[in-house]
Design a protein around this ligand. Structure first.
Ligand SMILES: [Zn+2]
Length: 206
């Protein structure tokens, strides 16, 4: 018996296919930038201080160490992911969780890095990366602090998430995005121009 597929269903599938393609294209395009950000954070205390500058973590995490092997060991304790060990953290609790606004999709932090200060406290730095003209998804900026707070409260129940005490959210975006009110959901806003001046190997083709 032939399967009936009505035209509404076809249209819906095509729309979701194309939006999935667009998301995949954006995330592939973001990878060289995120790789450069990760390298800078992993290798330079100046980059780490700059990353958290002007946030409420700036003084308590000044000249903090970066947890690299610790993060890899936890994130990859079962098996390595295709992406780098610091990339693409989802909450994963979907419907049950409070870390997204009503009606929005379950979204992710593009990257998380863990800084440890001299008193042993650990800061999770959640990073969002936006290309010029790349729109926010519905509820995406609002979800960043909600997810960061969720992760800080529930890390003990999550086998692939490092323990941490504090969190901040940081966005990398272009100058045209600076007028977007929704940037208030990030403690730190860094433009691509500022990043290119600070981070070696930051692609500067924007
Ligand atoms: Zn959550």
């Amino acid at each position: 018996m032939a399967e009936e597929v009505n035209s509404d269903e076809v249209a819906r599938l095509q729309t979701s296919y194309w939006s999935a393609q667009a998301v995949a294209a954006y995330s592939q395009k973001a990878q060289p930038f995120l790789n450069a950000i990760a390298d800078g954070i992993f290798t330079s205390v100046e980059v780490r201080n700059w990353l958290i500058a002007q946030t409420n973590a700036a003084s308590s995490y000044k000249s903090a160490a970066i947890l690299i092997e610790e993060q890899k060991a936890v994130r990859w304790h079962k098996k390595p992911t295709l992406q780098p060990f610091w990339a693409n953290y989802h909450c994963g609790r979907d419907a049950d969780c409070t870390c997204r606004i009503v009606g929005s999709k379950s979204l992710e932090s593009d990257a998380i890095f863990f800084l440890q200060n001299g008193s042993g406290r650990i800061l999770a730095v959640h990073i969002e990366f936006k290309h010029p003209k790349e729109p926010f998804g519905f509820g995406q900026p609002e979800g960043y602090p909600m997810r960061a707070d969720c992760f800080a409260r529930t890390h003990r129940e999550r086998s692939t998430l490092n323990a941490h005490d504090d969190w901040i959210t940081v966005i990398f975006c272009d100058e045209a995005t600076l007028s977007d009110q929704r940037l208030s959901h990030f403690e730190r806003v860094i433009t691509h121009r500022e990043a290119a001046a600070m981070i070696p190997n930051y692609p500067c083709n924007e």
